[in-house]
Design a binder for this molecule. Structure first.
Ligand code: AP5
Ligand code: ZN
Length: 214
């Protein structure tokens, strides 16, 4: 099955996508991760997107649609779209790409978390630079300080856009440009809303239940 995880910055999309990869063998397609990879590659495109991302604004539809098109061509048992689509134009483009390749969209999981909790989650977040595991100072610290539980790396990093100023812009971008997708997918009968304000395991169970019912 192919699913979209939809929700504001810090809702837990990346955290839950990794769980689904482990539990169901699905493939996570995070446009945020792809763009962060592009910026470390030092290409011209990478440099252009770096400034936009650090301000917390959305990069152009053309760039992200191009990234997704490449990945879909590789095929998989099931895709988890994490952080894509983020505009109505991206949603239309995804629909067309799936049609072209004969794939279906099975469910859109909207993760609901209030702004106050989002700020707490984003300002406490760090990730493993080696394997991508997501941590939090309070809610998900590694067992041994400074060392990744999963791969043992000590390369734990914070993102340049995880500051209060950029986060404000990211939230505004979400409410202006991305939240209309909730109605878009509701009208297509694809939407399930999940309360994301619970422990990580509990949210994972809610998502699993939603997928098994889809
Ligand atoms: P992107 O990388 O997609 O970031 P985002 O949408 O802002 O989402 P986050 O990664 O911040 O949050 P998340 O929901 O994955 O939460 P996480 O699981 O990490 O995009 C970054 C930028 O790239 C954009 O601003 C834009 O510039 C560009 N971009 C990307 N895609 C684009 C597109 N399609 N179009 C245009 N531009 C695009 O969790 C957050 C924290 O909370 C962690 O510390 C975690 O441990 C903790 N946590 C998670 N779940 C729980 C829980 N249940 N309880 C307590 N803590 C929890
Ligand atoms: Zn790691």
């Amino acid at each position: 099955i192919n699913i979209i995880l939809l929700g504001p910055p810090g809702a837990g999309k990346g955290t839950q996508a990794r769980r689904l990869v482990d539990e169901r063998g699905m493939v996570q397609l995070s446009t945020g991760d792809m763009l962060r990879e592009a910026r470390t590659s030092g290409t011209e495109m990478g440099q252009r997107v770096a400034e936009v991302m650090d301000r917390g604004e959305l990069v152009t539809d053309e760039i992200v649609i191009g990234l997704i098109r490449e990945k879909l061509a590789e095929g998989a048992k099931g895709f988890i779209f994490d952080g894509f689509p983020r505009t109505l134009a991206q949603a239309d483009a995804l629909g067309a790409l799936l049609d072209e390749t004969g794939m279906t969209l099975d469910a859109v999981i909207e993760m609901r978390v209030d702004d106050e909790a989002l700020v707490r989650r984003i300002t406490g977040r760090f990730t493993c630079g080696n394997c991508g595991e997501v941590y939090h100072d309070e809610t998900r610290p590694p067992a041994k300080e400074g060392v990744c539980d999963v791969c043992g790396s000590t390369d734990l990093r914070r993102r340049a856009d995880d500051n209060e100023e950029s986060l404000k812009t990211r939230l505004l971008e979400y409410y202006k440009k991305t939240s209309p997708l909730i109605g878009y997918y509701y009208a297509k009968d694809k939407l399930t809303s999940v309360d994301g304000l619970a422990e990580i395991d509990e949210v994972a169970q809610r998502i699993s239940a939603a997928l098994d019912g889809a």
